[in-house]
Design a protein around this ligand. Sequence first.
Ligand code: HEM
Length: 523
Amino acid sequence: MAEQERTGTGESADSLTNRQGHPVTDNQNIRTVGNRGPSTLENYDFIEKITHFDRERVPERVVHARGAAAHGYFEAYGKVGDEPISKYTRAKLFQEAGKQTPVFVRFSTVVGGMDSPETARDPRGFAVKFYTEDGNWDLVGNNLKIFFIRDAMKFPDMIHSFKPDPVSNVTNPERMFDFLSRTPEATHMVTFVFSPWGIPANYRQMQGSGVNTYKWVNAEGKAVLVKYHWEPLKQGIKNLTSKEAAEIQAQNTSHATQDLYESIENGDYPEWEFCVQIMSDDYHEELDFDPLDDTKLWPTDKFPFLKVGKMVLNKNPENYHNEVEQSAFGTGVLVDGLDFSDDKMLQGRTFSYSDTQRYRVGTNYLQLPINSPKKRVATNQRGGQMSYHVDAGENPHINYEPSVIGGLKEAEQVGEVHEPHYDANLVREKIDRTNDFAQAGETYRAFEDWEKDELISNLVENLKVCRKEIQDQMIEYFTKADEEYGRRVREGLANATVNDKKNTGSADADAATKKAEQMGHEA
Ligand code: HEM
């Protein structure tokens, strides 16, 4: 009989045990002196049960805490558009048509906590872990193709302004727009987020994007810049109006998790096509934006979407905590043939993910089955909290390298190394081509009429509680993007002011002061 199948005294195959393997004969009563207490301290079963319960949660993610996930596979087309993919990247997972790589994908909202409603106006996370034969590749993206800021230094401030007030724990759009009104580069992202594109109908019917610029490297060590995109296939794209979202939220705060779970249970597997945009790896002075600026779209007439493969999600997680909550994605997790660009956001992100995961999940977070690669792992790392597995080679005594006695050795470098050259001063400076408003205007003009109407009404709803200097600054940004866009927000706010007695004339200043006091701001 196999060791794990042995049963102890009085035990049958479905008996409850504790984690020491002791059969639990009474799961209803703690041990007490007489049946009215007091209880005793040697209640091992009770103490094991309650102390484990007390530790059931790991800290939630500081952003993207609310999420849902699924397993599936990525299937390569073996080419990029009509060209052989090896021209641009030697990454093995893409090379052969029909080659499948297992994936785990976690979707999320950004700002709310673990149990917050999934109808929030918020970008959606779209994080994909590819378990490739060369180890893991994480593509940690969002549904929208751009971002609010272009420098990682600003991220903690941005998130603080989006989260509730640290004193009252009340969410207040004035905090967000206070930050955004001093962040002109966010105008393009604000235009998307306050339009219906800010509330995807669910996780299946939305796009995905790597947002930041990465590199592909071929066998000769030559690199190109790439942007990654996921386009929904049969399920299409669907967004919600604020009213539709409010109606769903009144009934169900988990509608997107439920939709994903039930679709997969019912065999209706969501699929996305994987596309890239490619640019040569240089400064591109002909463009009016910087290719490393994540607040910009790469125009598709110059840089078309090229198809690379497709992804199918066909299996739900077996346990939410073990797989979804403890999963850890990071932009530093690349395989041979893929590389970072100098995108400053990407570089900041790459430090942040594994740092937070060592704290959130623990030092040995990469030993967990959901995070560990589905291939040989052999390191000289030992110990740390919750280490249960030693991934040594043949000789576990030699946990160092180099050694003549034995132990692990460096692998052979295959293919030329990509070695970019730098010649510049070390500085703290903005990029040259900021061009914060032109693409925001193009995006506004590309919206359908109902999308423009929603955008204006959502902005007015949120801006009307903000003080005037914030409103004026935002209107100036919208006007710089597109004259009609700015005018419609200004007119909307003027009407809202007339309709809202609290926000008229001198009462305006009083209301703002009062509101500021309530929120703990200096008036
Ligand atoms: C999650 C940091 C920008 C997409 C996170 C987490 C941190 C973080 C600390 C929590 C990770 C965890 O606990 O496992 C940052 C920083 C950024 C940044 C410092 C900017 C400098 C972005 C951008 C995107 C993005 C631009 C979109 C491309 C995500 C996603 C997750 C996430 C999808 C959730 C991953 C999951 O499902 O576990 N980010 N982030 N982040 N971030 Fe970022």
